[in-house]
Design a binder for this molecule. Structure first.
Ligand SMILES: [Zn+2]
Length: 335
């Protein structure tokens, strides 16, 4: 039937859900092939439809990274693939990923390049890395789709089609991104420096602590008290329902980094750079767009907004290591 060499090669950094979709488009399983030959009316009543949907399945399920999902196992069987091979190619490069229900980020340039190369807007797994709001290839901040497409079977194609159907939205986004380019450069420097520190961790415990220290800073910079710093950002959408909004401060504190867009996370890293003293006031002042009045340019301003919090101080102390810790925070004594 199928063998691996007849299937399209995974694109560099491609997510499993994207590759599964491409494989099925190019070499459909027998059920899918049978279905494509019948009329819309017959399809609705066909007994083949239910198993077909079951085969594609996974609406809302994480078909990028949850390799034990029944939909993925069915796929490996249908195409005679080993699960170990799937894991070795499609595992994420970092432990902190954005949950499937909040995925929204992408790089338009990457999509255009993959269309030119393989004829599909490929969806990349690195777009789901929580601590990497920049494109790994182009260095630009990831854009976000605000349509609720996350559980689409072919997310990449849907994002692309949505973008093509909404050119004004894309234009507005690229104008904003251009205006904010200096702040973004500083954010990218912070992201890279954190990445380097993580690579220096000598064991898993230290690595986790550094990661958690950064996560805590990310959460601090996303506290509602600091939202003035994001006033100029378009698409500061928090993906939330009534459930979430009615929750109190603590779940908000923990979940906001997962729910905001890539652009917002990129700005958080700029604020983290101030807190760590990696960006000084002069650099910050020069980078700030002229009309972005509420964007902080010093750590002391941020600490003042956070206010006195024993809880936050304790968490930061708990995750401190020689690589990254409270002693390195700028104006820590203000806090
Ligand atoms: Zn890119």
């Amino acid at each position: 039937m199928f063998n691996q060499s007849s299937l399209p090669e995974p694109y560099p950094d491609e997510a499993l859900s994207s590759w599964m979709y491409r494989v099925r488009e190019i070499l459909p399983e027998p059920e899918i092939r049978a279905l494509s030959g019948i009329s819309d009316h017959d399809r609705e009543t066909s007994p083949l439809v239910a198993p077909y949907l079951k085969v594609l399945g996974g609406l809302g399920a994480d078909l990028d990274f949850r390799f034990e999902r029944p939909e993925i196992l069915a796929f490996t069987q249908a195409y005679d693939l080993s699960l170990d091979w799937i894991k070795s190619v499609f595992s994420p490069a970092s432990a902190k990923t954005i949950p499937i229900s909040f995925r929204s980020d992408y790089c338009l340039q990457c999509m255009e390049e993959s269309i030119a190369e393989v004829g599909f807007p490929v969806y990349l797994k690195s777009w789901r890395l929580l601590l990497k709001p920049f494109c790994q290839k182009h260095g630009c901040v990831l854009q976000s789709t605000n349509a609720y497409l996350y559980d689409s079977i072919d997310f990449g194609m849907d994002i692309f089609e949505h973008g093509c159907a909404n050119p004004h939205e894309l234009e507005r986004e690229s104008k904003w991104l251009a205006k904010d380019s200096e702040v973004k450069n500083l954010s990218r420097m912070v992201v890279n420096r954190i990445d380097f520190l993580l690579s220096q961790a000598e064991d898993a415990v230290v690595h986790d602590k550094v990661q958690n220290f950064v996560m805590t800073l990310l959460r601090i910079t996303l506290m509602p008290k600091l939202w003035g710093n994001y006033s100029s950002i378009i698409k500061f959408t928090v993906q939330a329902g009534v459930d979430f909004e009615s929750k109190k401060e603590i779940p908000m504190f923990y979940q906001l980094p997962l729910r905001v867009t890539g652009m917002v996370r990129a700005r958080s890293f700029y604020l983290i750079g101030l807190l760590l003293g990696w960006i000084d006031e002069e650099q910050a002042g020069n980078a700030r767009p002229r009309d972005d009045f509420y964007l902080a340019t010093s750590a002391s301003t941020l600490w003042r907004l956070v206010g006195n919090s024993t809880r936050i101080r304790t968490i930061l102390q708990l995750y401190s290591t020689e690589l990254l810790g409270v002693s390195m925070l700028a104006d820590w004594e203000c806090f």
